[in-house]
Design a protein around this ligand. Sequence first.
Ligand code: CU
Length: 299
Amino acid sequence: MTIRFCALAAFVMAAVVALLGVFDPVMAAMGHSAPGQMIMQDAATPIAEEIHSFYDFVNIIIIAIAVFVALLMLYVMFRFRESANPVPSVTTHNTLLEVAWTVIPIFILVAIAIPSFKLLHNQYSYPKADLTIKATGNAWFWSHAYPDQGIEEFVSTMLDDATTAQLRAEGKDAPRLLAVDNEVVVPLNKVVHVLITSNDVIHNWTIPAFGSKVDAVPGRVTATWFKATKEGVFYGQCSELCGLNHAFMPIAVRVVKDDVFAQWVEAKKSGDDAKVKAVIGAAEQDLKSRKVADASAAR
Ligand SMILES: [Cu+2]
């Protein structure tokens, strides 16, 4: 009987894994969620990758426990139904069982705690910064500054529907409610520290693909760090219910090569918006052509 149950449990778990696999293609959009997406966005930093593996690990345990309990209940309901078992047992204690149902959950919790504490430690042990950005939450937009590069605070405002629709018509990736006018730009494979604060109420600076999510608290400085290992634009939204336009204060971080970042810093410092646009436009074009080349090479 037990062997049959194990086989059934294995079958159910395999079905769940296969089902998640089927949905894989719609998870392919990078930097933001895609229509029909089932689970998390693709990871773009080592910390996000670690979060995803921890998530998968805990999910396997959850599914296994849920399947085990469901099957056990079905077995008990069937095996000990009144017609098959007219005289109920009067057993009230079973030492072995009681020890088992105390000790096994302890082992499960310890197995979850070890990778969980490791992940927390990695999230909060800040490697030496290559770049430090200041992010400030405002009702209802984000502003960013690069103190070490001499870039004064600039405001990132969400693009309206007409503008994003027009950009998409031009073949650009401008997701609705996420694209902004002034993106944060960071270099690829560099450790970036983000110092976060707020001008009014509590906001939250979040980029899901980076595994970054930190409250912006007025009068306090909180921090996060990331090391983006993929080029492209990564989006996030304020993730602390902050008021009327909470849903309309997205964050966009563009990850570029070192030389592009240096050009962007120069253009941004000089306040030359046309040059900033030209640098970003060229980087976008370059990334697109490399992606096309990679796709055709893979074919
Ligand atoms: Cu907010």
